[in-house]
Design a protein around this ligand. Sequence first.
Ligand SMILES: Cc1cc2nc3c(=O)[nH]c(=O)nc-3n(C[C@H](O)[C@H](O)[C@H](O)COP(=O)(O)O)c2cc1C
Length: 81
Amino acid sequence: MAIGACIQNMLLCAQELGIGSCWLGEILNKKEKVRKLLNIDKNYELMAVVSIGYPLKKPNKGKRKRLKTLILDPEENVKKS
Ligand SMILES: Cc1cc2nc3c(=O)[nH]c(=O)nc-3n(C[C@H](O)[C@H](O)[C@H](O)COP(=O)(O)O)c2cc1C
C-alpha cells in the first residue's frame, strides 16, 4: 500500500508539472526482462514501472465514476436502517 500511495503522489506531481504518466503494472509479468532492459540491480524489487513524458496532445477525459458514488456516508446508512 505504501508503494501505491508513493506512486499515486508521483503521478499527481507529474500532472501538476504538465508531465504525462502511466502506471504500468502488467509489465511485471516480465520482471526479469524489465530488470535487464533497465539495468536494475537485484537488490531492488520491482513493484511497478511508471512511464513519463510530455504529451503531444491533451488526453481525452477518462470514464470515471462520480466521486460521490464512491464515498460511503455513515449518516446516510444509519438513516436507512
Ligand atoms: C495498479 C495499476 C496498474 C496499472 N497497470 C497498467 C498497465 O499495465 N498498462 C496500462 O496501460 N495502464 C495501466 N494502468 C493505468 C490505468 O489503466 C489508467 O489509470 C487508466 O487507463 C485510467 O486512466 P485515467 O485515470 O487517466 O482515465 C494501471 C493503473 C493502476 C492503478
